[in-house]
Design a protein around this ligand. Structure first.
Ligand code: SF4
Length: 442
């Protein structure tokens, strides 16, 4: 009997790249290719790369080299694929290189080097496609590319301007995921608030119902599916205010991941990010007045060229006032091709590290206090995994996104099914995580 042609797959990078990997894997399974568990068992290996920062480029180039050594037949795709020469200079043996969000181009390259089997396994394909996340949560990408031109970023060069997916298509995918048992949808794109601006918010259709291609109606419709809906990469445009009442009503998770990057107007200007520190603080105050349970996550860059001690002090003051729940902090590192590389006054590495440590120490105290305030609360959590040895369930509340935020450790929760909701009482907290007693399952 002929064996199915078999593809090895390596997926690197951010959730957006993960969604691209899911689309490619879905297409491969739809066409009857097998997914190989090891390089040796594969007829060909696809490496979906990341090219965002230099460390990611190195990791991607290493992964390509490893696949070439172990298998010899490698197709490269993803963000680094946009820089064809970087890949080919180091690894001239790769069979093909395609860019990010190029499912068709990867499939064409695969067809050339490993012809598709005669009898596609369409019937065996789950309607929601192949998912790389656990069964109970899924990333839902609503747009690709970005219209901003932040000085430190090359995403627009790699992925182009914003292109929104049709609203009906997004909702159909969300509905299929919910029907397949997904309990939490994580909405992602480069700039989620900008959804629809490229098509002038045109009206689309979902199950015969007219809906604007705009974040507010999309989020409201997602809120009807009966699953957790969590919004990521929401830049604070004015219309984001419209989402807060939906969160207060329990239709969306009271959670916003707002990438602010800095608080000093001078640095924000140099970064080419349209923002105003006082406006942002005022907005946060208004949001919390409408939805007191709102959890805010953000990311910041310290050590951007020209950042003075005063600029950095303004950032610390902002954090003290804003009292954000979760914060990620990166030291600035130049990315090949980014306009910020030409800026004067680079900050020495030691100062960058020192500022990062000071920021994280301040934020750790804020996060710890905000978590401590939750001791005694009764919360609904979603079980991610079981720790058999400790007899605990490892879960998350509405305040915690998978992978990036903290966890809720549920005592005596080992019998809970993964993907189930449960009610717990919070009994303890540290800087990152919560500890809870099990009350009941939903
Ligand atoms: S908003 Fe700025 S940082 Fe984010 S993807 Fe667009 S250009 Fe890059």
């Amino acid at each position: 009997m002929n064996r199915e042609p078999s593809i090895g797959f390596v997926s690197l990078g951010c959730p957006k790249a993960l969604v691209d990997s899911e689309h490619i894997l879905t297409r491969l399974r739809a066409e009857g290719y097998a997914i190989a568990p090891s390089y040796e068992a594969a007829d060909l290996v696809v490496v979906n790369t990341c090219g965002f920062i230099d460390a990611a480029v190195t990791e991607s180039l290493d992964a390509i080299g490893e696949a070439l050594d172990a298998n010899g037949r490698v197709i490269v795709t993803g963000c680094l694929g946009a820089k064809d020469h970087v890949v080919r200079d180091l690894h001239p043996r790769v069979l093909a290189v395609t860019g990010p969000h190029a499912c068709e181009a990867v499939m064409d390259a695969i067809h050339v080097h490993l012809p598709r089997p005669h009898d596609p396994f369409l019937d065996l394909l789950p309607p929601q496609g192949v998912k790389l996340t656990p069964q109970h949560y899924a990333y839902l990408k609503i747009a690709e590319g970005c219209n901003h031109r932040c000085a430190f970023c090359i995403i627009p060069q790699l992925r182009g301007d914003l292109v929104s997916r049709p609203v009906g298509e997004v909702l159909q995918e969300a509905e299929m995921l919910a029907q397949a048992g997904v309990k939490e949808l994580l909405i992602i794109s480069q700039d989620t608030s900008a959804y629809g601006v490229d098509v002038r918010y045109r009206t689309g259709f979902w199950n015969g119902r007219p809906l604007k291609t705009h974040l507010t109606p999309l989020a409201a419709a997602l809120g009807e599916l009966g699953v957790w809906v969590r919004l990521h990469y929401v830049y604070p445009y004015p219309h984001v205010d419209e989402l807060i009442p939906l969160m207060a009503e329990g239709r969306l998770l009271p959670y916003l991941d707002v990438p602010l990057q800095h608080a000093s107007p001078r640095i924000l200007k140099a970064m080419k990010r349209p923002a105003n520190r006082d406006d942002t603080l005022e907005r946060i105050r208004r949001w919390r007045a409408i939805c007191p349970d709102l959890i805010l996550r953000s990311t910041f860059i310290v050590g951007f060229p020209g950042e003075t001690e005063d600029d950095f002090g303004q950032l610390l003051d902002f954090l003290s006032e804003a009292q954000l729940d979760r914060v990620g902090c990166f030291t600035y590192s130049p990315v090949k091709g980014a306009p910020a590389n030409a800026l004067p006054d680079p900050i020495p590495e030691a100062i960058k590290q020192e500022r990062q440590a000071r920021l994280m120490a301040l934020q750790a105290a804020i996060s710890a206090e905000r978590l401590r305030a939750r001791i005694g609360q009764i919360l609904t959590v979603l079980v991610d995994a079981i720790d058999e040895e400790e007899g605990m369930a490892i879960a998350r509340s509405t305040a915690d996104a998978p992978e990036i935020d903290g966890q809720v450790y549920v005592e005596d929760g080992a019998q809970l099914p993964v993907g189930a909701f449960a009610q717990v009482r919070i009994v303890d907290a540290d800087e990152h995580d919560l500890y809870a007693d099990l009350l009941n399952t939903h």
